[in-house]
Design a protein around this ligand. Structure first.
Ligand SMILES: C[S@@+](CC[C@H](N)C(=O)[O-])C[C@H]1O[C@@H](n2cnc3c(N)ncnc32)[C@H](O)[C@@H]1O
Length: 365
């Protein structure tokens, strides 16, 4: 099967990585790629080196495209070539312009990535930012939601003057049809068909819809929607305004991103492969995304052992779960790692990506 992009965006709050990992200038960071956004956000923290790893070459091709654009283009063309969507502000440029930009940047990409994008030029014309399977699933979800409520009603969730007014709008929102949609679409059977049953092997409960209804309520009552790009991308398919974007997309951060892009290594492989390649004691910080979601305790602990071997003194690491119960460290790993419960809990409560079940911060003892 040809590789396909599953996540064109990272649906994880980069602020949680920034505030948990506390990258110091000159350090080496290992980061799971997904859509590449959070690896690029960590580059803004001035590491000497950042290795962004993934097993799916399409995810790596996505990050290669973003990197090539950062090297070659000015800010406006960077936003253009990615097709970054803004609510009710479509690009003034024709779709062909994105292909022209791709022709300009592809000299900075390795062959596997240009092979991928040469075969997928239509995606570049459409805008790569919303091309992943997850983003397409959200597009379908949005279409049904709009059909159930009408756009005007959904938009009310974005038009409040402040968070307090938004909470009031949400309280009065007729949620019956929304809850029913979750019951039909977001249950173990349907989600297992979409993502494979193994993805949910470590989820203990059956009421997926109830869980996601609760998280939706948190998302819509804790954060002001116009500023929360996770909510606007999910419900409107676009950023509500130019300030409400991932840090790597912000105009003011672009010079820093350009300056630091040379520190980025894009690598296909696992943490074990990085250990073989770079040797023990090579990394200070680890963004582990939610790679443990479906793993058994044994698989989890084996990877943590590799992380510990790769880690330098004082190393910090973070991971999360979407629906699954947290895996447990075995005695050997527990003797090497110190949990930071207060920071984990505090950061979890400020997670604008709101769909997650837990967030975990550790450091090497
Ligand atoms: C774990 S998924 C989660 C995505 C994420 N929650 C998001 O919102 O973008 C992120 C990426 O990790 C990659 N991945 C999963 N397990 C991995 C592993 N053991 N080593 C390297 N990459 C892995 C997947 O291919 C995927 O692109």
């Amino acid at each position: 099967m040809k590789p396909a992009v599953v996540y064109s965006n990272v649906w994880e709050d980069p602020e949680l990585n920034r505030l948990s990992l506390k990258v110091e200038p000159g350090q080496s960071v290992l980061s799971i790629t997904s859509g590449g956004c959070n690896s690029l956000c960590l580059l803004l923290e001035e590491p000497e080196k950042l290795i962004s790893i993934d097993l799916n070459p399409a995810q790596l091709a996505m990050l290669e495209l973003k990197r090539a654009a950062i090297i070659e283009l000015d800010y406006d063309d960077f936003i253009e070539v990615l097709g970054v969507p803004f609510f009710r502000k479509p690009s003034a440029k024709p779709a062909e312009y994105r292909l022209e930009l791709y022709e300009r940047i592809k000299k900075h990409m390795p062959a596997y990535a240009t092979d991928f994008w040469n075969e997928n030029k239509q995606i570049i014309k459409d805008g790569v930012m919303m091309c992943g399977k997850v983003e397409k699933f959200f597009a379908f979800y949005r279409t049904v939601l709009k059909w159930l409520y009408g756009e005007k009603e959904i938009l009310k969730l974005f038009e409040a003057k402040d968070l307090q007014e938004q909470q009031e709008v949400y309280r009065n929102f007729r949620k019956k049809k929304w809850n029913a949609l979750h019951r039909i679409l977001l249950n173990r059977t349907v989600l297992s068909l979409v993502k494979g049953a193994h993805s949910f092997a470590q989820v203990d409960f059956e009421d997926f819809a109830g869980n996601l209804n609760r998280k939706r309520t948190l998302g819509l009552t804790r954060f002001y929607n116009p500023d929360n790009y996770f909510m606007s991308l999910m419900l409107l398919g676009a950023h509500y305004h130019e300030k409400g974007m991932s840090p790597y997309l912000l105009r003011e951060n672009y010079p820093k991103l350009k300056k630091n892009i040379g520190a980025l290594e894009i690598y296909k492989g696992t943490i074990g492969d990085v250990l073989k390649k770079d040797g023990p004691g090579s990394y200070d910080r680890f963004n582990l995304s939610n790679i443990f979601e479906w793993m058994t305790n044994e698989q989890f602990n084996d990877i943590i052992r590799e992380v510990i071997e790769l880690a330098r003194p004082g190393a910090r690491m973070a991971w999360r779960y979407t629906l699954a119960r947290p895996r447990e460290l075995d005695a050997e790993n527990l003797s090497r790692l110190e949990y930071e419960p207060e920071l984990s809990d505090k950061l979890f409560k400020q997670d604008r990506a709101f769909i997650y079940e837990s967030f975990h911060v550790y450091h090497l003892k």
